[in-house]
Design a protein around this ligand. Sequence first.
Ligand SMILES: Nc1nc2c(ncn2[C@@H]2O[C@H](COP(=O)(O)OP(=O)(O)OP(=O)(O)O)[C@@H](O)[C@H]2O)c(=O)[nH]1
Ligand SMILES: [Mg+2]
Length: 207
Amino acid sequence: MAVVSPLAKYKLVFLGDQSVGKTSIITRFMYDKFDATYQATIGIDFLSKTMYLEDRTIRLQLWDTAGQERFRSLIPSYIRDSSVAVIVYDVGNRQSFLNTSKWIEEVRTERGTDVIIVLVGNKTDLVDKRQVSIEEGDTKSRDFGVMFIETSAKAGFNIKPLFRKIASALPGMETLSSTKQEDMVDVNLKPSVNSSQTEQQGGGCAC
Ligand SMILES: Nc1nc2c(ncn2[C@@H]2O[C@H](COP(=O)(O)OP(=O)(O)OP(=O)(O)O)[C@@H](O)[C@H]2O)c(=O)[nH]1
Ligand SMILES: [Mg+2]
């Protein structure tokens, strides 16, 4: 029998310097693929995915921002609209790690404490190029009071755990506070499944 239940939707914004791997993390999560060729994100890309968790089903709306400076002015409105900010750096690029501080501050300025922030150190497969240790990432996350994980989009390391970590930090429907319910409710006509099946759609935003 079909289960009709409200489907909670959450907006996630991906932030961080150019080329740290934001799009690659999303691509690994969505399609389990990796492309070594760099194609800079232009403006903002949007993708969405349904996650079937053990106890509930949620829909994630992923906003993939461009790290290039010229698109910077587009980003604040997406931060303002998101309940999760995923701030990515490249463990082989110290400057990208240092720059995460200003991203965290910007998210706090826009959203206060009403936001989940995850600091992500990507490209752990580049062992010989590492410039930022896991301890430094961990210390910074503690200093700022945010979550932390290291990943490799290339190796597929810790990508699912990253999204599971985010999902487990999201409030359940009963505690949703800041978003109007009529904006959040969708109808799920699928039989309930207890797996990590996914549904996806994507599209560019020529903004
Ligand atoms: N070795 C390695 N390379 C990676 C990894 N993740 C991404 N890359 C490579 O790094 C480059 C940049 O990746 P993107 O995902 O396009 O980076 P981005 O942060 O989306 O860049 P912008 O869209 O310009 O902000 C590409 O050549 C990727 O193949 C990783 O985990 N390991
Ligand atoms: Mg990108």
